[in-house]
Design a protein around this ligand. Sequence first.
Ligand SMILES: [Zn+2]
Length: 172
Amino acid sequence: MPGKDAEATTIEDQPRQVRAWYGLPGEIVVESGHWHLVKVGPLPLPHPPVINRLIRRGLPREEKLRLSYWHELGHLQTLPLALAHAVWLWHGRSRRPRPWMGRLIRLAAALVAHEAAWELASETYVVTKSGPRYRRLHRKYPNPLRPAFWVGMAGLALVGTVFFVRKQSQGQ
Ligand SMILES: [Zn+2]
């Protein structure tokens, strides 16, 4: 690719066509910090690269791309976990009739919790894949948004899940 020198070779070594451990094929293209293409089977995965942009700020370009690639791959690899969480939320939901606004708020909480849990799972995959390099890199290029990501996502996942599920015992 013109204008892309040796720093991009590592990320270009990563396969575009991938297969998750449970057999689902996917496609991942991380060409810049701003444009990601992720497909699960024939379906594009609705996922903004916002998280990658925030938590990779300050890293050298090649590391940024590599970690972003693994993060997107992590979404594919942890999809069963994300689905299990969604099914668990759905089972735990309250069946009590409520006003539309209340339902919408609870649905939004569930979606936020689901997305946050999936982000955590995916980034945990990156940590596992990178090993000690992950911590070394982030120590060398500190970014306050990174700890904020872990704390914020864990908080959203927990609060959203508890908010969505707890009403069952109160409501029935
Ligand atoms: Zn993500």
